[in-house]
Design a protein around this ligand. Structure first.
Ligand SMILES: Nc1ncnc2c1ncn2[C@@H]1O[C@H](COP(=O)(O)OP(=O)(O)OP(=O)(O)O)[C@@H](O)[C@H]1O
Length: 229
């Protein structure tokens, strides 16, 4: 599916991500875990094309995405849920979901979106700015899924969300994978969430991938040195 080879990224003269290599399998849920400032957001922005790669490449199957604009990457099957959600506060829920259709040329919201997120159907005429944090996160995921991606990128999906809602979100991601059979890459610091959803986890430390674990190997003990637990 998504393949990242020797990827380096930075800002100005300062390099933040160093020579990252990984591959996301078909239908796999893969986590990138690390503390604040380790380079997770930088990596995700480069994957979707909001930041240029300094070197290395990003591929979807045989298609090289590295120099493509974000909308081209969406057309190639990537979709991105940014950290902090960034829904359009003054647009309605339904209008927000429709913005996810733009790169695809399709007009119809896929049928499974409102069954995955019934609360969004109830609130589809409300302005997104009036939704709770958890509902906005659902909306951001729904908007990304409207593009019918093969790979869903989620940057710190639990940030600012209540623990009870975090459990629901883990369940929803597994359900999305079951229904759509897509691959999911997420970044995280919340260990319980990663334990709930991941097939596998990569650990990022100062911009380098330093460890890899299967989901069942995740524990407070195995991750203590990498997270603030
Ligand atoms: N626009 C920028 N210009 C310069 N340096 C930046 C910029 N954005 C981030 N950085 C630096 O890059 C490093 C990695 O930041 P990044 O946001 O990717 O980390 P993160 O792991 O996503 O952390 P967080 O959980 O806080 O979002 C940090 O040292 C940060 O200060």
């Amino acid at each position: 599916m998504l393949k990242v080879n020797e990827l380096s990224i930075g800002y100005g003269l300062s390099q933040v991500v160093h020579d990252i290599n990984f591959e996301l399998g078909q239908g796999e849920i893969l986590g990138v875990m690390g503390r604040n400032g380790m380079g997770k957001t930088t990596l995700f922005k480069a994957l979707i094309g909001l930041l240029p790669a300094w070197s290395g490449d990003i591929r979807m199957g045989d298609v090289v995405l590295t120099a493509q604009r974000p909308y081209r990457r969406v057309a190639s099957g990537l979709a991105y849920v940014p950290q902090g959600r960034q829904v359009f506060a003054t647009l309605t829920v339904e209008e927000n979901i429709r913005t996810g259709l733009e790169a695809t040329g399709r007009k119809r919201i896929p049928d499974d979106i409102y069954s995955l997120f019934p609360v969004l159907q109830e609130m589809r005429k409300r302005r997104a700015g009036n939704l709770s944090g958890g509902q906005q996160q659902q909306l951001a995921v729904a908007r990304a899924l409207a593009a019918e991606p093969d790979v869903l990128l989620l940057d710190e999906p639990t940030e600012g969300i209540q623990p009870s809602i975090i459990k629901d979100m883990a369940k929803t991601l597994r359900e999305i994978r079951r229904i759509r059979n897509i691959s999911i890459l997420f970044s995280e610091q919340v260990l319980s969430f990663a334990m709930d959803v991941s097939d596998r986890v990569l650990v990022i430390d100062r911009g380098r991938l330093v460890d890899e674990m299967q989901g069942q190997e995740l524990s407070e003990a195995s991750m203590a040195q990498y997270l603030s637990v």
